[in-house]
Design a protein around this ligand. Sequence first.
Ligand code: PGA
Length: 250
Amino acid sequence: MAGNWKMNRTAAEARELAAQVVAGTLDVGEVEIVVAPPFTALPAVAEVVRGSRVAAAAQNMHWADAGAFTGEISPVMVGEWASHVILGHSERRHLFGESDEEVQRKVHAAFGRNLVPILCVGETEGQRDAGETDRVVRRQLATALHGLEAGEAARLLVAYEPVWAIGTGRACDPAEAQRVIELIRIELGLLFSPVAAGSARILYGGSVNPANVALYCAQPDIDGCLVGGASLDAAGFAGMVRAVAAEAAP
Ligand code: PGA
């Protein structure tokens, strides 16, 4: 269960939110929990979550280790504080013009620095209306993951986030999310191996909240959710983690 805080919370506020998430998820069992604060809050959050089952993630990064890239943050810098990094989020792709090829370089850079990428894929409303969902998702996956080893693909987290469902309150029908996520798993099997496809964790994201999270987690191929707006409420987020735990329990 991952929380994407986007451009919200100062370092002081993030420290407090992270502490609440840690306290609220002490007894949830084996769920992997990730929170992604803004870069400026990453050191504070990393300090708070150290030793807990909550991991810190960056929301983006550049692919180069260092250099003349004003305003960018490198994989080495991210790796000082985070174990995970969200890559190719639709807000990066659509508001900041990130291409599939740039996302590919970032995915490779993440593995090169031992960071777990949370690769986001998903179609726009126009692409869905045109019947292009499957083609778009396959293309995003194939390009972003080109050149990876099967062992790397097995450690990957993929988030299927239909663009029209992000921050709109129009969450994707759980059966349709399952259909696309099953397609992603099949594609990972074709690109790498059935073992890698089985090991990769695939999340759904887009207007997930405490009321609908269990519907996604009950789907056979959906391993968890990437939550934006609703992850800024610590108690609500902890409740969503619990819902995943309940679904994962034997
Ligand atoms: P949302 O965002 O939960 O606010 O829709 C999800 C995301 O962008 O990761």
